[in-house]
Design a protein around this ligand. Sequence first.
Ligand SMILES: Cc1ncc(COP(=O)(O)O)c(C=O)c1O
Length: 406
Amino acid sequence: MQLSTDLEAWRAEFPILSSTVYMISNSLGAMPRRTADSLAEYARVWAARGVRAWEERWWEMAREVGDKVAAVIGAPAGSVSMHENVTTAAMVALGCVRPPALSAVEGSRTRNRIVCLAADFPSLVYLYRAQQPLGFDVIVVPADSDFTVPLDRLLGAIDERTAFVSFSHVLFKTSYIMDAAAIVAHARERGALVMLDGYQSAGIIPVDVTALGVDFFVGGCLKWLCGGPGTAFLYTRPDLLHTVEPRFTGWFAHRSPFAFDTGAIDPRGDAMRMMNGTPSIPAYYAALPGLEIIAEVGVDRIRARSKQMTARIFELADRYGFPSIAARDPERLAGTVAVDPPDALAVSRALKGRDFLVDFRPGVGIRLSPHFYNTTDEIDRLMAEMARIVEHKDYAAGATLRSLVT
Ligand SMILES: Cc1ncc(COP(=O)(O)O)c(C=O)c1O
């Protein structure tokens, strides 16, 4: 009880909570009130300081934001670089792996496999498939019909032929928490580089990239970190940062960018080594307040509250007779519960039309994603509304939303 009371004090910091039941933080976290001030600060600095802003703050701002992310994911300062989206960040990481086509030409024995999951976010699978002309063989490990991926099946796909393993820490459709420690250890023992996609874990469950021993960890500030679009991140294991040679590089990675020398790059030894061109400065201003709030609230407390709320969703889903594919073991479930009432797509649209903000994903139904700023009362109201819509097949408010992406 104490926990919910403490956290409810944060509600005033998120304007949208006064006009909606905002249960969609797995997609887009609510904007903190102070983000408007931070963006106004960006405009003020640009207007008043102009080009001087680069040397006064902007040039190293990716480092500054990266260090805030680092504090949330158990990474040391200087190990997290910032990118526009996770797909780009993954390309930077993958760009550190020698293309098999090149090794084959040189006659050396080659590791040519990229291993990922059919349950991963599709954007990354598209990216990996696009690397096949470079000699990579892409192994997409299938999921079961409930979207889970048996650990043995994934481990069995990783062997001495594997160059790069990429998998979701938390699966985006079901919020299932993969056994990251076991997978990372297995992959590293076989000499593969491992990248964990933590977009659905960072900010909602505790993450310790150092303890996991992972080579790369990607995620974004858009969802559980309440930072808006345009700020994805890439953690690189600090010892790798001194040796990796990303093929996707640029002048921000150079030790002396203003020498404008076109000889071989002299790369920095910190996270900035993984950067390339001019970064999205306004997105950094947008992201900082959310990152600061998440650090202040604390991911352990967020997780404890999240478990209470996901348990409440299961309780009501059972009471109303709505099936759910989500894992019942709270240790395997992150922040989202997908419930699947009849006509789930129409129901989700009707809910949105009535200011209950949720989304729908094929195969799993309506995803409900409470964050620390939600209340049990909101869950009760949302589930009661869902039950009313289902009982009366009353999808009216959804009609106007038909053209919108859900
Ligand atoms: C697990 C996961 N990875 C990646 C993404 C998106 O990647 P990107 O930032 O490239 O759009 C999402 C978005 O929903 C996601 O849930």
